[in-house]
Design a protein around this ligand. Structure first.
Ligand code: ATP
Ligand code: MG
Length: 329
């Protein structure tokens, strides 16, 4: 479905380090797509404030932490443009223009906004939190991005971004492309109950040591119906089998069969899954180690990426202002 002219925008809120769920949701596909398409990756520190405005200390460390996660995962700064949201004021300007014609009701009814508001206690919503999809539409539009690799919770946001861009083009002039989502997988957490997530304490982080991976995986929940070692298992509902599917390089039909017949115990199965995760993380550990030893270079990558993204943002905004008739002189 991708076309050679696609431009990619993707990224993460900088609220802490990344885990395997982020990898499966979109980071994995970014490392592949960066070689084929113009790719922008946003460190969304302004959007981090929608939930962390009272913890600015988290943002300060997270920007570099997430940048290291990207570089460790194989994002190549010569291929992808890594940039910091707060350092591109044109994004805030575009979000402001969009906000004039986005209704509060359409934001309130956005299923992901609703869900996340409920998770946060359903209290009165902050203006910035409610406006998150508008700000995200501006991130995408400012890069003229057409493709957004993201997890399934982002579907409503990308749909809303499409509508916002369409409306802008109808109202003024067709200068902004409509983006599509490139949907990644969804990884279950170690508790087996919900998706892997920082705040649920059920995550395996990309910077885990081999020992941490093994220790955490050994404690992971498995098929609840399987009590004794030789009981037949149900791999299709077992989170550990899900890790085999996502992380093992070879054919998993043997594990599926052995588990279903009760021929392999959960502990052995978890050991194999831990090995597969460690095979993925080992090259990441090496790259992380190398980049962490020269954080000055990491800062340079961010400064240079932000400079490049800002050039694009200025070009887009000049077209946007022209289309709106507010470029006066
Ligand atoms: P929090 O617990 O603070 O909500 P989180 O760990 O769920 O944090 P987010 O910042 O909410 O992480 O997620 C960023 C994006 O990464 C999400 O929009 C989603 O697309 C993707 N993502 C996060 N967790 C997973 C997961 N377990 N599986 C697939 N994608 C995920
Ligand atoms: Mg989340």
């Amino acid at each position: 479905m991708q076309s050679v002219t696609d431009i990619i925008l993707t990224g993460d809120r900088t609220t802490g380090k990344l885990h395997l769920g982020h990898y499966i949701g979109s980071l994995r596909s970014r490392t592949e797509l960066q070689h084929e398409y113009r790719t922008f990756i946003i460190l969304a520190d302004v959007q981090a404030l929608t939930t962390h405005f009272d913890h600015p200390d988290v943002l300060a460390t997270s920007v570099r932490q997430v940048a290291l996660d990207y570089l460790a995962a194989g994002i190549d700064p010569n291929q992808a443009t890594l940039f910091i949201q707060s350092m591109i004021p044109e994004i805030a300007e575009l979000a402001q223009y969009f906000s004039m014609f986005v209704t509060v009701n359409s934001l309130r009814h956005n299923p992901t906004v609703k869900n996340e508001a409920q998770q946060r206690g359903g209290q009165d919503m902050y203006y910035g939190f409610l406006g998150y999809p508008v700000s995200q539409a501006a991130d995408i539009a400012i890069c003229k991005a057409t493709l957004v690799p993201a997890g399934d919770d982002q579907i409503p946001h990308i749909e809303q971004a499409r509508k916002i861009v369409r409306r802008f083009n109808e109202l003024y002039r067709p200068v902004l492309p409509e983006p599509r989502i490139l949907q990644g997988g969804r990884l279950t957490g170690l508790d087996g109950n919900s998706k892997m997530s920082k705040s649920l304490d059920n995550a395996l982080y990309l910077d885990s040591s081999a020992e941490e991976v093994s220790t955490k995986l050994v404690r992971a929940k498995t098929d609840p119906a399987r009590i004794r070692k030789h009981d037949p298992g149900h791999p299709d509902i077992c989170p550990v089998y899900e890790y085999h599917r996502y992380f093992r390089q070879d054919d998993m039909s043997d594990i599926h069969e052995q588990c279903s017949k009760g021929a392999i115990g959960c502990t052995d199965c978890k050991r194999l899954a831990a090995h597969a995760v460690n095979m993925l993380l080992e090259p990441m550990r090496e790259r992380r180690h190398a980049f962490a030893a020269r954080m000055g270079d990491v800062d340079e990558i961010l400064i240079e990426g932000t400079r490049k993204a800002r050039t694009t943002a200025r070009e887009t905004m000049s077209e946007v202002r022209d289309a709106m008739g507010i470029g006066y002189f």
